[in-house]
Write a protein of this length. Structure first.
Length: 245
């Protein structure tokens, strides 16, 4: 199982998703576009694509010129029936790839929050194991309209489109299900100034908040990670000349 992971910002971390991929014996190839802008040349080398979060918006083409190419790449993976996962910024990029609108600064959330699962979400493989409501970590300011043909799987009062599916296995999650307590602890240590600015007092309350929400969020995140990894279908290797670009 070959999975391409696009890191839009350094030290993003895979957290629960890393564990699920490791359990499945997946081979991960990192594309650190924040460093060099390099993306897979086509979809033939990977069975699935993961697009992680970042501080930029999904429309910041001028400062992040690889974004249009990433949008097209995500669409090619999805149109070919391969598993695609967009997390936070990644979900906004997926929404753009499928013709939806990016809504900048329209939905600010930070910390552990409760997410409601729709009736469609309760029947969907991705969220069927987390019940009708679960707690998970959030860190975003932007959101998006639901792409045409997408199924809304989860929602919250601040961001109506918390998770969606297109086709068989193209998924976007606005929330950071991969951000287990280990990842959140790393973010806390690496970005204290940013966190204090956007969520004053959160750092002081971190210990209490982590004790209250961390275990449940970790369990929900791992269940979601395992569910998505279970949807990856291994593609038969073909010569590059025959690959779908």
């Amino acid at each position: 199982m070959r999975v391409a992971v696009v890191e839009n910002m350094r030290n993003t971390g895979l957290g629960a998703l890393a564990r699920a991929l490791d359990e499945a014996g997946a081979e991960i190839e990192w594309f650190r576009v924040w460093q060099d802008g390099i993306l897979p040349q086509d979809i033939s080398g990977h069975d699935a694509l993961v697009v992680l979060g970042g501080e930029q918006s999904a429309l910041d083409d001028e400062t992040h010129p690889y974004l249009p190419e990433l949008v097209r790449l995500a669409r090619r993976f999805g149109d070919a029936g391969r598993a695609v996962l967009g997390i936070c910024l990644g979900s906004q990029i997926l929404a753009r790839a499928y013709g939806a609108d990016n809504l900048l600064g329209a939905a600010r959330e930070f910390g552990w929050h409760s997410i409601g699962v729709t009736s469609e979400g309760r029947a969907d493989p991705l969220l069927s194991d987390v019940g009708g409501e679960f707690t998970i970590f959030q860190w975003h300011a932007d959101t998006f309209s639901l792409p045409e043909g997408a199924v809304r799987l989860a929602s919250s009062p601040i961001a109506e489109n918390q998770a969606f599916r297109i086709g068989r296995a193209v998924y976007g999650t606005q929330f950071h299900f991969e951000a287990d307590t280990g990842v959140v602890g790393q973010w806390k240590a690496e970005f204290p100034g940013t966190i204090e600015r956007i969520a004053p007092g959160w750092l002081e309350d971190y210990g209490e908040l982590a004790a209250r929400h961390g275990a449940a969020a970790d369990a929900a995140g791992l269940a979601i990670a395992r569910a998505w990894v279970g949807l990856i279908e291994r593609q038969e290797a073909r010569p590059l000349s025959q690959a779908i670009a």
